[in-house]
Design a protein around this ligand. Sequence first.
Ligand code: ADQ
Length: 461
Amino acid sequence: MTRLIVVSNRVAMPRDRAARAGGLAVGVLSALKRSGGMWFGWSGETSESPAPQPKVVKSGGITYATIDFTADEFDAYYNGYCNSTLWPLLHYRLGLVEHSRQNQDAYMRINARFADHLATLVRPGDVIWIHDYQLMALPGELRLRGLRNRIGFFLHIPLPGPEIFCALPAHKQLMGSLAEADLVGFQTESDLRAFRDYALYEAGGSQRPDGAIEMFGRRLRAGVFPIGIDVEEMKALAVEAENDEEVRRLADSISSRQLIIGVDRLDYSKGILNRIDAVGELLTTRPDYRNRITFVQIAAPSRIDVARYKKLRREIEGCAGRVNGKHAEIDWVPIRYLNRVFPRRQLAGFYRVARVGLVTPLRDGMNLVAKEYVAAQNPSDPGVLVLSRFAGAARDMKGAIIVNPFDQVEMAEALDQALRMPLPERQERWRKLMGALQRNDLATWSDSFLDTLNTSERAAA
Ligand code: ADQ
């Protein structure tokens, strides 16, 4: 059997529960558990003098190989290029993009270092699966070191069209590197279209009748592989959590009111400010909801050293404070804002108690919270998902109320519709949503990506 080598920026070690909670980590682990193999990437640590060799740990049939960065490298590569340049650009936020040659160089250096280490670990016949925007230069670096293994690359976040992507000074380097993969996977058709447009209209490439793309003298496959969740796990967690102390506390404190919930990493792509304003709009235009609803927004701290994220945190505090100041009553506040991480089981319990799941990113590759919310519902009394059209998840979650997160009035109307929705309609929409989740779960995602990678034709154009 071929060995699978997964490469991602951060490796979630066996006891690191926080790092293992995200979608990427859960998906990668389930693939590795089934096939065995190695997970290679950053340890999550910085040190003054990183060890010259990766640290290797074996656990549960999986080999974990990790490297450290220095604090300066980490800052320029991760806080700088990854999260102040690529992240805003790939989320269509040109106005937030910082351009720094130093940071770009650090990104290229770190990608090259990943390749140096991998070259010593990879055996002929291993299949390499690279994840996400932190490692776009890696396929090219691996080929430069003579590796001929099958290489797959999956982008978890959106890809904008060439009109936006080409604002990146290194656009050609990064796309040239992706072209060295055998398969490049995206969350949605729109991301795939952006990639194809780059190949055809920017790189002067072409598309073959079988769908393969040719650019920069290479031929590769590109496809759509929407990530899903482990539906059964989330269902089971939500049932278990009914007895959880924190979940009980939440349910008791809500009492006969209706709960609206938002759960996100604290990130400007998630539309948290727009969402808080929409709750304010609902209370302004339909004052009969006063004292009848509670909106709980849970935001996990994220990228706390990046200036834009610090600013966002203050903005959210200000925005929630304003709405509360305007609408609260002596014995009720409309918005509870919690800036922290919760264990998955408690989150599942919170989702189940909430009548409305409010998931309104301004742009999101997929958004797993939308899927988790649906899977956690009680089938006999399910809540309603209000979902942004700009989340990749909106493509196959037709049972949700789909909204434009930039339109406050429409969002307030959607909230009103969700809060008033009769049980039969809630059940019908939920069944539809669950059907889609089950047809396309986490295992389907990794299996279909790896099957396509393993059967892709391998030839230079
Ligand atoms: P993220 O931007 O991190 O992922 P998302 O898909 O919503 O976004 O996943 C977040 C995960 O973190 C979920 O599993 C959620 O339960 C968990 N989480 C969020 N807030 C939490 C909190 N306060 N406490 C504990 N856990 C919390 C990127 C892309 C997405 C894409 C995924 C997977 O941006 O679009 O869906 O990768 O491909």
